[in-house]
Design a protein around this ligand. Sequence first.
Ligand SMILES: NC(=O)c1ccc[n+]([C@@H]2O[C@H](COP(=O)([O-])OP(=O)(O)OC[C@H]3O[C@@H](n4cnc5c(N)ncnc54)[C@H](OP(=O)(O)O)[C@@H]3O)[C@@H](O)[C@H]2O)c1
Length: 229
Amino acid sequence: MNDRPIALITGGARGIGLAIARSLQATHDLIIGARSAESAAVACAELKSAAPFVADLTDEAALIRASEELPDLDVLIHSAGIWDNGAVAETTRSQWREIFDANVFAVADLTARTLPGLRRTRGQIVLINSGSGLASNAGNSMYCASKFALRAFADALREEERPNGVRVSSVHPGKVDTEMQRLIVRRAGGEYDPSKYLTAESVARAVRSVVDATEDATLEVVSVRPTEH
Ligand SMILES: NC(=O)c1ccc[n+]([C@@H]2O[C@H](COP(=O)([O-])OP(=O)(O)OC[C@H]3O[C@@H](n4cnc5c(N)ncnc54)[C@H](OP(=O)(O)O)[C@@H]3O)[C@@H](O)[C@H]2O)c1
């Protein structure tokens, strides 16, 4: 690591998070979040100046242990997240707990633990939300509710941190060609056609604009939709 700004990207070893890491590597030292040391190591090996941040973020003790080692961050990008579906009538409390744990509680916890450093650097927090954080639909109550909660979290955090110079941005991609979307189509029994989706690189480009905003400006809410679908 040298004197470049430091960005931690949760979920940075694959999908949207890895695309963001690739796009930031020219200007930032990276800390790559993943659940396994192996997948973090694979991502770090292909990236310039990257270190692993290994923790299952739903495991509070693991999150605490890993975050104690962190330097002051200039950029914190929350990309880690999970999806699940099912009509409300068929969902269970443990499914609700699992999705909120990953998509909301872990985000709040890691944010709180890194905020002192982010205040010192007058840094940025970017939350990878979803179109599902702007509009809810049948069969998706768990995922949509978690992403609505994440938006509420972002809105409150933005106002709290405004006086501290910490900028908070919420990025809302539509459907993106990653493993998550393949799982969604598999579960629906459909044919997967990657051309119907945004690429992870297109989302990363939008995140790059958020990170590149001048210090007096915050791109507060960014919706990224496929042009044709
Ligand atoms: N794909 C889409 O269509 C789409 C659209 C809108 C928003 N999003 C959002 O974009 C974000 C990234 O999704 P993606 O499409 O890149 O999905 P993905 O390919 O399934 O990747 C999910 C990422 O989240 C990490 N993760 C999941 N649970 C975790 C946990 N308990 N602890 C630590 N890391 C965990 C995974 O880490 P491991 O590498 O350790 O498995 C992985 O890097 C998510 O927040 C998702 O909700 C996705």
